[in-house]
Design a binder for this molecule. Structure first.
Ligand SMILES: [Zn+2]
Length: 257
């Protein structure tokens, strides 16, 4: 049986795909990748996401600005994002959030635009894709204050503890799991994959980044997702087919497709 896999988080607009983007994307269905959400991270990559989504019928898009790219944002950008998000093929606001791994932009700027983009999600009535790195407490505080259980969405590339996962599950959020779960040293992510019910997990690549073992360090693509499926099925002691089918249905529910 051919797989039916949903990649809920990819960056096919990235320059890493400039040499073979079209051939690669057209080959995805042969590998059982039948839907992809291409995720914007800057205004520039949101424009490219709109193009990619227009070109491929099995692609959907998410539009939003990653915390590291928030410094130049203006209210005009919010207006533009708002209008583009009204398109039915744009299924989420993201990726948005906080990233304290880097010192710039300042935490105040990151927080301001995180809150503003949560408001944007409310305005267009779409779920959010959250990026949170080294910022667990502030992310949770803001999401509680902004009543994110009413907005819904996914915590992408989840890298925190199971206790933190519990908080997001209680908010009705999905947990995005990708290549990191296959890394030998990713004890915490493996624990989270075991702890979180399959009904709340979605598959993601974050490609071109975070390729799973045995391709760790190489350019990632959705074609590698079966390695992530195998690791989740090993950890949970269930069949790979069950992981594929359930996460596919979860993705449809997450993005309200
Ligand atoms: Zn991403």
């Amino acid at each position: 049986m051919l797989n039916k896999i949903f990649d809920t988080h990819a960056h096919y607009d990235d320059e890493a795909f400039d040499t073979d983007r079209d051939i690669l994307i057209r080959s995805l269905k042969e590998s059982g990748i039948i839907n992809v959400v291409n995720v914007g991270a800057s205004i520039e990559s949101c424009k490219k996401t709109i193009e990619v989504v227009r070109q491929y019928d099995f692609f959907y898009g998410a539009l939003g600005v990653h915390p590291s790219d928030t410094a130049p944002l203006t209210e005009e950008d919010m207006k533009w994002l708002h209008d583009e998000l009204l398109n039915d093929k744009m299924v989420a606001v993201g990726e948005i959030g906080l990233d304290y791994y880097w010192d710039e932009p300042s935490r105040d700027i990151q927080k301001k635009w995180f809150v503003r983009q949560l408001e944007l999600a409310r305005e267009v009535n779409k779920p959010v894709i959250i990026h949170s790195r080294d910022a667990a407490a502030d992310t949770l505080d803001i999401m509680k204050a902004e009543k994110c259980h009413e907005i819904g969405g996914v915590i992408h590339c989840f890298s925190y503890s199971k206790e933190m996962a519990r908080e997001y599950l209680d908010m009705g959020f999905y947990i995005g799991i990708g290549g990191v779960v296959t890394f030998n040293n990713a004890k915490k992510v493996k624990e989270v994959a075991e702890y979180v019910p399959l009904e709340s997990i979605v598959l993601e690549t974050d490609c071109p980044y975070l390729a799973p073992v045995p391709n760790r360090g190489k350019r990632n693509s959705s074609i590698n997702l079966p390695y992530v499926v195998d690791e989740i099925s090993r950890i949970k002691g269930i069949e790979p087919d069950e992981v594929i089918n359930q996460t596919y249905n979860n993705a449809l529910r997450l993005y309200r497709i």
